[in-house]
Design a protein around this ligand. Sequence first.
Ligand code: SF4
Ligand code: SF4
Length: 143
Amino acid sequence: MDIFQLLLESKKEKGSLRKQLLDSLNVKEFFEEGDITINHRTCQGIECELCIKACPTKALYWRNGKIGIVQDLCVYCGACVLCCIVDDCIKVTRKRSDGKIEHFSKPGEVVQLCRKINSRRRHDRVEHLFPDAETYLKRYRKL
Ligand code: SF4
Ligand code: SF4
C-alpha cells in the first residue's frame, strides 16, 4: 500500500462516524465537503459554552479548558456560529453538491445565507407552479 492509498483509507475512516450518525437519523449527506475551526484565543470558553448547547450532533465538547470539535460529527449546519457571542471565533466552510462554496463566521452571515437560500427556494417553487404568465392567468383570471 502506498502513501496515496493510506491517505484514501484514512479519509474513508474519518467519514465513518458521520456516516453512522446520518444513517441512524435517515439523513443524507448534504454537503460534499466542509471544515470548522474555533479560535481558542478569542473564545469565551467556560463563561459561555453556547455553541455546545446549540450543536445538534454533539460535535462540540468542553475539555482541558477549551472547546473541542469532533470533525466527523459536524454537519456544517451553522447553529454554533449563529449563537456564538464572538464574531469570527467559529469559522465554517462548506461545499454544496453543485460545487458552490459557502463561508460564515458571524451570526449575521448565517442569517443572510439562510434568507438567500429561502428566497431562492421560494422563487424555484413559484417558477415550478407558474412557468409562464399564461399558466398564472389560467389559474387566477376572473371569468
Ligand atoms: S456547524 Fe453545526 S454540526 Fe457543526 S459544530 Fe457547529 S452546530 Fe455542530
Ligand atoms: S459560543 Fe463562541 S465564545 Fe462561546 S464557547 Fe462557543 S466558540 Fe467560545
